[in-house]
Design a protein around this ligand. Structure first.
Ligand code: UDP
Ligand code: MG
Length: 256
């Protein structure tokens, strides 16, 4: 498999050139998600059948240590609309997502998590909004009652800080569950920056968009794959790539 520029190295599974290019691509990064993929695939299948558009599902194995890749290969063999991309190591969620987006072929692409916290049942609503003209369909997570105090406060505080420093408004609960039109995706893929902070970039690009709220349930299987270290790295990367304030603070501190 040939990768361009910043897209991470790896291997591919599934037929890359069926005669018909699908209307919709679903891109799903997965890191140690073997337990839940089959359940997710079943829900995807029934939700996608409601949309009456042709589709492909592209799983991106982000260097999993469990049987995630075996599961992806099994699904690819059972259903020609499933494709898999295997990265050579764990590059992190944002890079895995970007690799998947670069290989998606649809006129519209939906990105979502592999753990059922982004409900496949919302897909028909996303497609409907796109068919009515939205170039980007964002989702806004309504947090479950039992979300930890720590996660609620840190996430809310971070997005306020990000919006204040960068001038790009991201609401709390807006993550990487969204639909993008091909035009938006092609523009996004032109940025050659290493490790894009996708939720910031999509917001910054400013296409006509709509928002759909959804209730975020518990993980279907396993535990969070976002360690505190990965979360902090993402948070820092987001702010430092959208605002000069951290750089100025570093320079001033160095001078002092
Ligand atoms: N993920 C990934 N690479 C990583 C960490 C996470 O591809 O290094 C995937 C993970 O498999 C899931 C999505 O990113 O599909 C979001 O991760 P998770 O659900 O663990 O995050 P949380 O919902 O706890 O913030
Ligand atoms: Mg999750």
């Amino acid at each position: 498999m040939n990768y361009q520029g910043r897209v991470s190295p790896g291997t591919a599974q599934g037929d890359p050139s069926p005669i018909e290019t699908p209307t919709l691509s679903i891109v799903i990064p997965a890191f140690n998600e073997a337990e839940g993929l089959s359940h997710l695939y079943q829900h995807l299948g029934s939700s996608l059948s409601e949309t009456a558009v042709s589709w492909e599902v592209l799983f991106v194995d982000d260097g999993s240590k469990d049987k995630t890749w075996n599961e992806i290969c099994r699904l690819c063999e059972a259903d020609g609309r499933v494709r898999g991309l295997r990265l050579s190591r764990n590059f992190g969620h944002q890079s895995a997502l970007l690799a998947g987006l670069a290989h998606a072929r649809g006129d519209a692409v939906i990105s979502m998590d592999a753990d059922m916290q982004h409900p496949p049942e919302l897909i028909p609503a996303l497609v409907d909004a796109w068919q009515k003209g939205a170039k980007i369909v964002k989702t806004v997570r309504i947090d479950p009652e039992d979300l930890s105090w720590f996660k609620r406060v840190t996430s809310n505080g971070y997005y306020r800080l990000f919006s204040f420093l960068s001038g790009v408004e991201i609401k709390e609960g807006m993550a990487d569950f969204r639909l993008m039109d091909r035009q938006v995706l092609d523009n996004l893929l032109q940025f050659k920056e290493e490790g894009l902070f996708l939720r910031g970039m999509v917001q910054w690009m400013g296409y006509p968009s709509v928002e759909i709220p959804f209730e975020c349930g518990p993980r279907f299987a396993g535990t969070t794959k976002y360690s505190l270290r990965k979360m902090l790295r993402l948070a820092w990367h987001g702010v430092s790539s959208f605002s000069l304030v951290p750089l100025r603070v570093a320079i001033m501190t160095g001078l002092v």
